[in-house]
Write a protein that binds this ligand. Structure first.
Ligand code: C2E
Ligand code: CA
Ligand code: CA
Length: 892
């Protein structure tokens, strides 16, 4: 210690007498190879280093304060937020980071709370990116499973010997051959299982498997070849009942593979055939054969090629036997051709496709019974004698068939049949040989089934079993090509269920799923055999009709739509309840076959939207007018991104006036888009596209910022600032966005606006989309001191009582009610009821869309507090309004 210290430069130690200064700490933090942060309650993060910026893909400015939460993957966010609530404390957690570019990283974060008297408690944290580690662990799990899969099906005895010379693993066949119970050999020294006279041989083989100097891997070129099997060797090993078994084995070093981690000994019990030298050669060849078949399985060679090789392997082993493999079909009804390399096609044609039944074929009976069926002589078998001609033509007399079981032993995948030219029952060794080869066939078939299932899933919806969106796209493409050749027309019907969301929300997802399944069944039941119905996603279905007459294609498609609408008319019974569901359908027809699949789908979707707007439960055909509108929408979508980047959004303001006094009590901010070519656009022309494109949140942020900035200016000049409010509209997407409370408080802080001046308007449908989340969001806004208004009241589903559940400040009666006032006494009654309930709850009631003096009088008479509308003042730019807001004036 003493001597060495002279060579080591002096180190400043933390906690020792020499403490690091702040500057040194900062320098250390900045260059640290792990993410570092310091947080203080309640400000949030006050320091982050470069590495944390690199891990999260976000800048320091984005991470500081509560901004870091945005970097957390949404699925982990709530948990972490809860974790950091309350007193700062130590934590050690693994979670995901969502980078702005959409990539996900796994990190491990540790925090330590540091408290010193007189100073707010700080939290110091480290963040390490563990993504690669996670991936490695995942890969390991997979390769481990694969190794086990192959080994456990192998008919060779397989034992893995760990670096310490003990048994790490023994395969089921190793246990079976040696008679020891499962797991009993694991942990024992491997050489305990070897005859004392043979221990030197086995040790030598194990050493040989390990390349010399493998612990100096880099310097030895041979070591770079990780696994080279040693020449087969033999040794004796005890059977559980005490006698000696002779094994022929080979050893491979797979210690470097973390899934295995040892020397793999693969052995065969050769006790009975030990004497014969030719058997030795045969077994060597068998090893090679088996390895090549396993390789075909691993590389996903076509199933019939693999099975053919399996048959040939058996035929080489038993030269007097010819064999076939048949496969159980997906419906478990028939046996299909698998492989039969030694038979002519005339034979396979007449044996494939036969039903699975006790008395159909020998193989059918083997499947039914789940055990080997032996036929001593087909020519005089009472059941299978019906194949006598076929048997004679192919020189078959005796035969047997073994079922091929899956790994779980629950399902028969197919049969392995062997045929002899002479009439006799097979010898036990022959049956055993077939059974062992059948195990290889099982691996091949199962692997193939899994792949086929995965491929089908890529094309089918798992809930309804219908084709999915991908497959529908492909089918449509083919249909269009056919239509182009044949001169016929194609129709695409886009279906969207009406009110499905309500079912899902009120009855739960299981009921929703059940309903979708039942809907799919009914839709299918009314289509022509050639038509295709697909589940496009959620509660959307698409239908493809081919071979339509071009001049009457519209009518034919409308006719199909009518049948589909009718098919859903009767109630569905879901979980014991009767449910009604409707459907809105849009139709697009391809007349030339030159149409693009995506364009047809988009047109049908646009027509479906119109059907919804025109009152649901109906269908609309895409036409010229819609085409023009769709083109506009398309242009809008293209231009919207640019508009956000170039700040092309403006805000107009419409005064809201006290009906009793005539004074202005606030304004509503209404978004406008100053389109470079098309001029000023109202929300009707771009909001829906913005919502669909996910641009509503950034646009809303711009509007909120402009409105609050303006409100702060006006607040300083209006006669009664305490009553003045700035109302801003939020869509449901905005309301439910996790960042909303942060955004609002951030904007309020930046503009220095008292929270109560801001009033957030949300529609009742926005809240009803997800009442639980909606209520939470409203409460979060209220907690900031912001006011909340329910807009367009009376257009949604909710009853009056719904107002009670929400802590709101204002209700805006929808302008459709205001417009109907006077004409319809029922409307007046509804407005009166809203007023009385609203006032009971201390809520301000506003009427919107006031266009006539008569409406003002009626609203006043009904006790409505405030009003806005073209009669009083239209929405207008701030500059036009400022002068009017400053002077006290009567607006009515
Ligand atoms: P809203 O919240 O019901 O807004 C009132 C709408 O009624 C405005 O249409 C306004 O111009 C119009 N209006 C005002 N007085 C009258 C009248 O006397 N008669 C009639 N017929 N209409 C009147 P605008 O500006 O086109 O806005 C339409 C809708 O767009 C708004 O309905 C609101 O739901 C939404 N919206 C507007 N700005 C924003 C925004 O910044 N964010 C979000 N999320 N939605 C917004
Ligand atoms: Ca509004
Ligand atoms: Ca409204």
């Amino acid at each position: 210690m003493q001597a060495a210290s002279a060579d080591i430069p002096e180190v400043t130690t933390i906690g020792g007498s020499a403490r690091l200064g702040v500057d040194e700490m900062m320098a250390l933090a900045a260059s640290a190879p792990v993410g570092l942060f310091v947080g203080v309650d309640p400000e949030g993060l006050v320091l982050v280093n470069d590495k944390l910026e690199a891990i999260t893909g976000r800048s320091e400015a984005e991470l500081l304060g509560q901004g870091w939460l945005r970097a957390i993957h949404p699925d982990d966010r709530a948990r972490l937020e809860a974790e950091f609530e309350g007193d700062p404390h130590d934590m050690d957690d693994e979670h995901r980071i969502l980078r702005p570019d959409g990539t996900v990283r796994w990190v491990r974060a540790k925090t330590v709370a540091v408290s010193e008297p007189g100073v707010p408690t700080r939290v110091v944290g480290t963040v390490v990116d563990i993504t690669e580690m996670k991936i490695a662990a995942e890969t390991l799990r997979h390769s481990e499973a694969r190794f086990r899969g192959i080994v456990e099906h192998s008919f060779d005895a397989i034992v893995v010997v760990g670096p310490d010379g003990t048994v790490r693993y023994a395969s089921p066949s190793a246990n079976a051959v040696s008679g020891f119970p499962k797991g009993s050999q694991v942990g024992r020294p491997a050489l305990d299982l070897v005859h004392p006279d043979d221990r030197a041989t086995v040790s030598a083989a194990i050493d040989a498997a390990r390349p010399p100097g493998s612990d100096m891997a880099e310097s030895d070129p041979a070591a770079s070849d990780p696994a080279h099997p040693v020449a087969p060797f033999t040794f004796r090993s005890p059977h559980a009942d005490g006698h000696w078994l002779t094994f022929e084995a080979t050893a491979v070093d797979l210690s470097a593979d973390p899934a295995i981690g040892g020397i793999v000994l693969t052995g065969r019990d050769v006790t009975t055939q030990r004497a014969s030298a030719s058997a030795e050669r045969a077994s060597e060849a068998r090893h090679v054969e088996q390895a090549s078949i396993l390789e075909m399985i691993a590389t996903a060679a076509p199933i019939q090629d693999t099975l053919t090789e399996v048959c040939r392997m058996l035929e080489r082993r038993l030269p007097h036997v010819r064999c076939t493999v048949l496969l159980v079909d997906a419906d478990l009804k028939v046996l299909e051709y698998g492989a039969a390399p030694s038979f002519p096609t005339s034979f396979t044609d007449s044996t494939g496709g036969l039903p699975i039944a006790e008395d159909s074929t020998m193989c059918g009976a083997a499947v039914m019974r789940g055990e080997t069926v032996i036929v001593r002589d087909v020519l005089d078998d009472p059941v299978f004698g019906k194949f006598a001609d076929l048997a004679r033509a192919n020189h078959i007399r005796g035969c047997w068939s073994t079922p091929v079981w899956d790994a779980s032993g629950e399902r028969v995948l197919g049969t392995f049949a062997a045929y002899l030219a002479e009439p006799r029952a097979p010898a036990p060794t022959e049956v055993a040989a077939v059974e062992s080869v059948a195990a290889l066939a099982a691996i091949a078939i199962e692997r193939h089934d899994v792949q086929a299932r995965l491929a089908a899933q890529a094309h089918h919806d798992s809930l309804t079993g219908l084709p999915n969106r991908n497959l529908f796209g492909e089918l449509l493409e083919h249909a269009l090509r056919r239509a182009q050749r044949s001169g016929s027309a194609v129709a695409v019907l886009f279906l969207d269920l009406d009110r499905f969301k309500i079912v899902n929300d009120s009855r739960g997802h299981d009921a929703g799923d059940e309903l979708l399944g039942a809907v799919a069944g009914r839709l299918e039941s009314v289509l022509r055999p050639g038509d295709v119905v697909a589940r496009f996603g959620g509660d959307e279905f698409t239908v493809l009709c081919e071979d339509l007459q071009p001049d009457t294609a519209d009518e034919q498609a409308i006719n199909v739509a009518g049948r589909l609408i009718d098919a859903l008319r009767d109630p569905f019974t879901v979980a014991g309840d009767e449910l009604f569901i409707g459907v809105s359908i849009g139709i697009a027809v391809g007349i030339t076959g030159l149409e693009q699949p995506d364009a047809l789908l988009r047109d049908a979707d646009a027509a479906m939207y119109l059907a919804k707007e025109r009152g649901r439960g109906r269908c609309e055909v895409f036409d010229e007018a819609m085409q023009a509108r769709a083109r506009d929408r398309y242009d809008v979508e293209n231009a919207l991104h640019r508009a956000v980047a170039r700040q092309e959004f403006r805000v107009f303001f419409q005064p809201i006036v006290d009906l009793a006094k005539g004074t202005c009590i606030g304004v509503e901010a209404l978004a406008r888009w100053q389109h470079p070519e098309r001029g000023l656009l109202g929300p009707g022309e771009f909001l829906r596209s913005a919502e669909e494109m996910g641009l509503m949140v950034p646009i809303g942020e711009i509007v909120l910022d402009l409105a609050c900035t303006r409100a702060a200016e006006w607040l300083a000049v209006v006669p009664d600032p305490s009553r003045f409010r700035m109302s801003v509209n939020l869509s449901s997407r905005q309301l439910l966005h996790v960042d909303l409370p942060d955004l609002v408080s951030e904007v309020l802080r930046r503009t220095d606006l008292p929270p109560r001046t801001l009033c957030i308007e949300i529609t009742e449908t926005a809240v009803m989309d997800d009442p639980e989340a909606g209520l939470l969001a409203v409460k979060a806004l209220k907690a900031l001191g912001v006011q909340v208004c329910v807009d367009d009241f009376g257009t949604g589903y909710s009853a009056l009582g719904y107002l009670r559940a929400f802590p709101i400040d204002e209700v805006k009666i929808d302008r459709s009610y205001v417009a109907a006032l006077g004409a319809d006494p029922e409307e007046s009654a509804i407005v009166a009821a809203v007023v009385s309930l609203g006032h009971g709850l201390g809520v301000t009631v506003t009427g919107e869309g006031v266009e006539t003096a008569e409406q003002v009088a009626l609203l006043r008479a009904l006790g409505v507090d405030a009003a806005q509308g073209f009669l009083i003042a239209p929405p207008q730019p701030a500059a036009d309004l400022t002068a009017q807001l400053i002077r006290p004036k009567t607006w009515l």
